[in-house]
Design a protein around this ligand. Structure first.
Ligand code: NI
Length: 664
């Protein structure tokens, strides 16, 4: 055990050991009911602190391999956050939260589906709609939210909606059975409430995206083949990855999915004064996300999916396939998730790592001298895909040759749909939905992600500055009325650091290490460049406004705390709200020159369009972290010219342009 790195991916044996230690604990084994009803839906590495980790890596502290387990004792509310030491065989933490609801459990979701399908009122309503074969009805369990229902604080519930699948492989989302909703005690398999708001005819089209159902397939698409005859440029040792100066560790979490640990860069170009591995991110992962729907319809108003906390991006991950999801020379990482009773299972090829050509990185043609230099950009891609019900989310981390880090989320899959009268005009769907196909509409909604960046730019203690570009008023300081300045403001406390994007001001946030100066005498920094992103449209007083407080603003900064891990708190499912970033930052703690965590909320507002149906072309969201004075010059000058058709992509002998040199 002692040779396992403290951040290594969990093995099946480790999960089994952790669950066995907990099962033997008197708090479970000693209670007859609990021993039978207890569930262990999430098992992950309990990470050491930065100081502990440094000592373990230096060999001055023995490695204590710890595992964090979500323990669900019974069928009601109440969750235990337990930490087990595999090294000592002890339960070292046991924190009960009596009114918390756990993540949705897989078996409970199945029991809710079965309870709905067996429910007499639901069956009668299905027959009323002309459907006799209940097995052909697809039933989707949804996290219920929290809307003041009598039983929702005492029970673990899901809301189930129904879709007609004419054949086994049909697209159920093409045929929502509008008007039917069951609310089910998932832990006990009891239907608590059945709602029928009235019949809307099934949409007429199958909405198939399978090749056999298309009128024809393109025949003029020629192959593109990616070949890497000498293999990849990356190295892998366990979960430790090296590539072009980058170094990082690959981690996994049932809720966050892919976790990046200890991301650093070793400059080999002489572009900075030091030749050592320089830390940038101690840890980075998507901590939470929310998909709020903007429809007032009784069938849809409650849809606010927290896909990290309620289902788990890691728990909903599927295996990737070579040549389809990723192309080129691929390295896959397998991961282990757990079933409800703590049984580990492997998700083969869960994380894909490969290199991509990314066009040009830099180029210049010297018209005076007749030289042309161009270097190609390449990126290391580390990705995984979560399928959460109808939607797919691909999370792609990119590392570039110039020190840039990027997270790109690829949104695809199938929209959540509703039936509308077939003969109604498209305008009938307005204002809260858009028609997407005959007799079919989709509500307006958002996808808002929160990434937690435990930053460590050249050291643990960092400061965040907001940079805004401001025009200078015409006058003595600006005689030609053309001047503008980039003004940096230190974000000194948590409340001051709750910020939104402002593209008109080229707003960005710099993560600075004030104690480390670059060769120009400026503090080294990385700059968080946001994309064009909305914040939560729902009112702060709404159910989702309270539960997804993190989504109301684009930037939050907190001092690092071990128990502040996910933006909406540990237990967003059925929560009353208020937890996570809004609660922590209310203390308005200082965040200057200390160990800080940067939280960035970004995403898209999805106004459905016909082209998103029946399966949605990828829509993108994300942000970049770019070095800003982290290096003293372009760190990619040491790239060799690429070979193209046997000639190098630089031309020292090119003729100067005959037409003269235009001014830049
Ligand atoms: Ni969408």
């Amino acid at each position: 055990m002692s040779d396992v790195h403290p951040l290594a991916l969990l093995s099946a044996d480790e999960i089994n050991d952790a669950v066995a230690i907990l099962r033997a604990d008197h708090r479970i084994a000693g209670a007859a009911d609990t021993a039978e009803t207890v569930r262990f839906p999430a098992v992950r590495v309990a990470e050491p602190t930065k100081a502990e980790l440094a000592e373990m890596e230096a060999g001055t502290r023995p490695i204590d391999r710890r595992v964090r387990v979500m323990v669900v004792p019974g069928p009601g509310p109440g969750v235990v956050d337990a930490v087990v030491s595999l090294t000592t065989g002890q339960v070292v933490e046991w924190v009960e939260t009596a009114d918390a609801h756990p993540t949705l459990l897989f078996m409970e979701a199945m029991s809710a589906i079965n309870a709905t399908r067996a429910h007499p009122e639901w069956q009668a309503a299905i027959r009323l709609r002309g459907i006799e074969d209940f097995e052909q009805v697809q039933i989707d369990p949804w996290p219920p939210g929290r809307f003041g229902l009598a039983y929702e604080s005492e029970r673990r519930i899901v809301r189930c909606i129904s879709f007609w699948r004419e054949t086994g492989g049909a697209n159920g989302y093409a045929r929502p059975i509008e008007g039917l909703l069951t609310i089910v005690d998932a832990a006990r398999g009891e239907v608590l409430e059945f709602i029928d708001t009235g019949i809307v005819p099934l949409a007429p089209e199958l909405g198939s995206y399978f090749p056999a159902d298309q009128p024809s397939l393109r025949s003029d698409l020629k192959p593109i083949e990616i070949t890497q005859p000498e293999g990849p440029s990356f190295t892998v040792d366990g979960n430790l990855v090296g590539w072009q100066g980058w170094q990082l560790r690959i981690g996994w979490d049932p809720f966050e999915g892919l976790v990046l640990h200890q991301v650093g860069y070793r400059d080999r170009s002489g572009a900075s004064a030091v030749d050592e591995l320089r830390p940038i991110l101690h840890r980075a992962a998507v901590s939470e996300m929310v998909v709020p729907y903007g429809d007032t319809d009784p069938m849809h108003f409650w849809k606010n999916a927290f896909d990290a906390g309620e289902w788990g991006l890691g728990r909903m991950t599927t295996s990737l396939k070579l040549g389809c999801d990723c192309v080129g020379h691929i390295h896959y990482f397998d991961v282990h998730n757990t079933l409800d009773r703590g049984e580990p299972y492997v998700v083969a090829n869960a994380i894909c790592m490969h290199e991509e050509d990314y066009g040009i990185l830099w180029k210049h043609v010297d018209m005076h001298h007749g030289t042309s230099e161009v270097r190609r950009s390449r990126r290391l891609v580390v990705s995984f895909v979560a399928t959460v019900g109808n939607y797919e989310y691909g999370f792609f981390w990119y590392f570039y040759l110039d020190g840039t880090i990027q997270l790109e989320v690829k949104l695809t899959g199938i929209m959540s749909t509703k039936a509308m009268a077939i003969d109604a005009p498209a305008s009938a769907a307005l204002p809260y939905t858009r028609q997407i196909a005959p007799g079919l509409a989709a509500p307006l909604h958002q996808h808002l992600f929160n990434v937690r960046l435990d930053v460590t730019v050249d050291g643990f203690d960092n400061t965040v500055e907001e940079v805004n570009v401001r025009p200078i008023p015409p006058g003595p300081d600006n005689p030609w009325a053309n001047a503008f300045v980039a003004e940096a403001t230190v974000l000194e406390t948590e409340l001051a650091a709750i910020r939104d994007i402002d593209p008109a001001k080229a707003r960005a946030w710099r993560i600075v290490n004030p104690t480390k100066l670059n060769g120009l005498g400026e503090p080294v920094a990385y700059k968080l460049i946001p994309g064009s992103t909305p914040t939560l449209h729902a009112d702060p007083s709404s159910n989702v406004g309270r539960r997804a407080g993190f989504a109301r603003h684009n930037l939050w900064v907190t001092p690092w705390r071990a128990d502040e891990r996910r933006a909406a708190g540990e237990y967003p499912n059925q929560s009353v709200g208020g937890d996570g970033l809004p609660r922590w930052t209310a203390a308005d703690r200082p965040i200057v020159d200390t160990d800080i965590v940067v939280w960035h909320t970004f995403g898209v507002t999805h106004v459905p369009r016909p082209e998103d149906w029946p399966v949605m072309p990828v829509e993108y969201a994300g942000f970049s972290l770019v070095p800003f004075g982290f290096f003293d010059r372009n760190p990619a000058l040491d790239l060799p010219p690429a070979a193209a058709d046997g000639e190098h992509c630089h031309a020292e002998t090119a003729e100067p342009a005959e037409t003269g040199t235009p001014s830049p």
